[in-house]
Design a protein around this ligand. Sequence first.
Ligand SMILES: Cc1cc2nc3c(=O)[nH]c(=O)nc-3n(C[C@H](O)[C@H](O)[C@H](O)COP(=O)(O)OP(=O)(O)OC[C@H]3O[C@@H](n4cnc5c(N)ncnc54)[C@H](O)[C@@H]3O)c2cc1C
Ligand code: SF4
Length: 510
Amino acid sequence: MRHLILILGDQLTTGISALADADPAQDRIVMAEVHNEASYTNHHRKKLVLLFSAMRHFAAALEDVGWTVDYQRYHPDNPNQSLEAVLDRTIRENAPERVVVTECGEWRLHEQMMGWADRLSCPVDIREDTRFLASKSEFAAWAKDRKQLRMEFFYREMRRKTGLLMTDDGQPEGGQWNFDADNRRKWKGAPPAPGPFRVTPDAMTRDVIESVNEFFPDHFGTTDDFHFAVTHQDAQGALEHFLDFALPCFGDYQDAMSDDEDWLFHSVLSPYINCGLLDPLAVCQAAVDRYHDGMAPLNAVEGFVRQIIGWREFVRGIYWLHMPAYAEENRLGNTRALPWFYWTGDTDMHCMHRAIDATRRNGYAHHIQRLMVTGNFALLAGVTPAEICDWYLAVYADAYDWVELPNTLGMVMHADGGYLGSKPYAASGKYIQRMSDYCKHCRYDVKQSFGENACPFNALYWHFVDRHRDQFGSNHRMGMIYRNWDRQPTERRDAIIARGEYLLSQLETL
Ligand SMILES: Cc1cc2nc3c(=O)[nH]c(=O)nc-3n(C[C@H](O)[C@H](O)[C@H](O)COP(=O)(O)OP(=O)(O)OC[C@H]3O[C@@H](n4cnc5c(N)ncnc54)[C@H](O)[C@@H]3O)c2cc1C
Ligand code: SF4
């Protein structure tokens, strides 16, 4: 046998570089559901179902076109419970000339992979993941010698590189690179939100649901109402659904939150893009086509494209530039444990309850819930970055270390000194009230900053600002905030700080 080609659970596409020169007559594919990958974190059960089912469907599709696939289904009693052990067995059975694999997405497995050739006594060809626009070395070259790494400038490079939303004379479509200022509307129930694309589970998916419930009973979340796509065809259906029904309003309501709507006008495509069921560039091109066809406005399409060729590529670049030390960063010196209600949703803070409950049910919460509710609270409360990062890695169907870690440790916790934002995304309850209707249903009063019923976000916000004066006092983007704080009467400031101290000592009870 020539090549033994390993395809990982988030590489489910025939476009993957490991298959570039593959030949079914000489090569064999290996795929495996192993305990080590399924349990390095407390993965949401919907994520396990999505990945196991999508892997099985992909393996079946490969076999249909003539491939031999050595596929290991999950069982706790399988003798080989790591990818290395599976490879060891298949190498002994097939004696390939070499193993071929596309680079993985996270440091943990990357380190293991680097030792495979020696330990397995077989050459291992690790290829670049060409699904990303910027390779690791390209990003490193862009970052080199820059004093500050700013997503916005990297994004412009990616616009030029892809030609997406660029005019023939090399200018950004509409004369601006970024239409974010237009994308901050509150949603008041109209226009109606379309809801996500839903697929009824087939027999293969139902089988997976049963085994995930049997073998992972302690994992977070529920498999109830599983409706994710698990094939390329259905993921394409999810893309079309987004383009037809949500994209036109994506920009306007990008930052909105609602008590009645889990998904609003978000695409819910990250689970598919991240595991290979959709190609990120093709997704962006499809959105841009809608703009050119007059079916979606520029602020929506530019906002959407920026998330994928800007933020998604940028966070991956930061991850590989700074790992493994990045995961240890804690520049604000946080020490508090993650409150238990992150796992149960059992809190009187209605915004937190709603975001965590949606997460538990869906394996999904949209960006603003992640950033400005659950993330914001962890930032204000001074939670240890490693603990909140573990939570985000566990609870979302789209979670992978390379994208979760910079978003949480960098964007949310500002623990890396500011690669993902020149100031922390800290906000009081006022922001949540402005962008949602949560506060109307809350036992706390968003207008109060101290007193028993005062919204916890308010005092915690000012406590955060006050206790981090050394870090942020000279940040020009925070100047106005410090001036506002310093202008308040001493008694009021003392009362807010006292309330903040009390809240920090009672986090579990809020
Ligand atoms: C604390 C925190 C943790 C996060 N963890 C993850 C994660 O583990 N996996 C993940 O894919 N995204 C993560 N994100 C980014 C973002 O919240 C999700 O990509 C988005 O909510 C997915 O839902 P959607 O597909 O409906 O996105 P949409 O709002 O429709 O956006 C379109 C696409 O843009 C991309 N995107 C948007 N924002 C980001 C971003 N900040 N970083 C990377 N890609 C982005 C995604 O591919 C997404 O599908 C995290 C954000 C925060 C604040
Ligand atoms: S009052 Fe405060 S805790 Fe309650 S929903 Fe509003 S922001 Fe959240």
